[in-house]
Design a protein. Sequence first.
Length: 296
Amino acid sequence: MNEKLPFVPGKVYHRRNDIHKIYGGNWQSGICPSSQYPYIFIFSGKSGKQHGYRDGWANADIFEYTGEGQVGDMEFTKGNLALRDQLVNGKRVFLFESVEKGFVKFQCELEIFDFDFFDTHDRIGNERVGIKFFFNRKGANLRIKQSDLQLFEDESEPGFYQIAIPDSTEKESLVKTRIRQGAFRKSVIHRWNYECAVTQFTDTRILIASHIVPWKSATDEQRLDVDNGILLSPTYDALFDKHLISFDERGQIILGNQISESNYNKIGITGKEQIFKLTNGNQNYLEDHRRKFYES
């Protein structure tokens, strides 16, 4: 049975008087657990971007939300801990969007789906590890489970998500990879609705979140930008990563001349492939990819 919403979707509320005065919670924080009700309020707006906060809808049902903590690595304490353990603790999460000073618009009720880490910067400009939460719209019928997005087999083991593991070089390397790539990969998977952009293949265990501008060449901003990602099947990813194929403004595949037509055919590349869901941001990054493609 769905519980009644205490707020009206699309309605604007005075944050201090209509929310915190009634339900409690710190009115100056982005994540506000109520001490009087089983509610957690989260607030999203444009003002946090300079501190490395990036929030928004990855697709129609998944909302990405950056954890709290303006200086140093984000940790699972206070509001971050409350969000991570929302379902275990029987809490309800309500999303509000800032519209003007003191006023917020209620969006919807959310449920925690997943979380991961990413490289970002803090309020004073130092590099740090951020936490990215992935929430599903309550009642949404998702095509995947959280376990479908695991990158490593032991990801569910206790302690895997610890940032520093000094006694294991191999595990530390895995965790560093997780921090650098984990949240971006999941953002790209959600953005492309769990299917290869070219073939519509849907097994996310196999699909690869390809950077259009490669990680090593990208700026910090570009490394985090979901528009700099395309979800591809392994064959297309390998060719795209080496600039042996690219895509034009319409999303039509472009085949390089370093591989013969017969060899393209042997690996299932026909030259008729096309991507139909490119954003303006994807287009900007693909322009750079094509430049390198024609230079190679």
